[in-house]
Design a binder for this molecule. Sequence first.
Ligand SMILES: Cc1ncc(COP(=O)(O)O)c(C=O)c1O
Length: 401
Amino acid sequence: MSFKQDPKKKFPEWPIYDNNEINTLLDVLKSGNWWCGFPGAHQGENVWKFQEEFAKLQEVKNCIAVCNGTVAIESALIVLGIGLGDEVIVSDYTFVASASAVVATNAIPIFCDIHPETLVMDVNKIESLITERTKAIIPVHLGGNPVELDKLKEIAVENNLYIIEDCAHAHGSRYKGKRVGNWGDAGAFSFQASKVITSGEGGAIICNSDKLADKIYSYIDCGRIKNGYSYAHYSYGTNYRLSELHAALLRKQLEKFPEQHKLRNKNAQYFGNKLNQIDGIQVMKLTHGAEECGYYVFPIVFNPKKFGMITKEEFYQKLNRNGIPTVDNYPPLHSLDCFKNVKLRKGIDYKNANWGGEKSNDNNFPIVDKIYSRSIQFPHEILLASKNKLDSVVEYIRSLK
Ligand SMILES: Cc1ncc(COP(=O)(O)O)c(C=O)c1O
């Protein structure tokens, strides 16, 4: 298989699919097996096979497919025993789900500022956030850029904390010889429509512990156990299963992924080097030790003074008007209305929260506040464009000076 850009399009559009996706969906449709069933009585095969194939890609022992990335995080937290009043340290610069999943378990997200160059959680700021209530850390590999996982792991071990890696942006990312999602207790992935492997909606949890994998499986499949009687519900669980149609689509997307991933990494280096030559542009710097990057997004930070005091909105709107796909970046979580409300869930004491509780302070998040007003992101599909197209983006940005 070889990736070729449609010559009629200025930039590649996402999702990319062909007859392989269409035919596999038709096959599932005609089979009448639209759900995976349960182990021992498989109805469909795609969910079970996808789990094996995704585990292989991520170089991990176990993968449990679920219906989206938000419940992937939530399930990992629940199964690790995190709940009422526990504190979980989460990067402040991410999609809302990294923290709303914590709220869903009745635990309390505590936000951590980011590093100004790598744009991911600054591990040096974690220890000051740990209290006797802290139970876990959720590092988010923004744009696929790995958090400093070796240092993070040391902190977690020293303080007896779980790590649940939010890998929604980081399919295929590798740090110091190991794929992300393998460094902590569990890794959570999303296959939502804009992700680099997608079935519109979908998610997965990966882990190396068989015991944890069995517990996660049971939780997301109504408390069933592998090879148990289907109406025996051995523990409290819910239904977050993925459907056969989604899994079949994901298996075809997975076949396309390695080549696209390689191209994204190659083009990111080319594009990044050129953009960094523009005075006033700083490309997200890969964390020292990052060997491959998922590049769900490709963020750049600009210095308004070098661009006639342009605002972030003007910057990405100009690019969009010129046919260059660009998106706004994530508002820092502490600034979202939903987290300003300290009465998020009934009966929970949020007073320790550093985003609305007694520990709130305008200066808690100096880096992310500054980055937010000066950063825009390119979606990953731009990294599948030809070098000429990438050059044209660089030239257009230079012309804005
Ligand atoms: C960092 C991050 N975590 C979690 C999620 C949640 O994934 P989903 O939309 O599949 O629920 C997303 C989705 O965009 C995300 O960007």
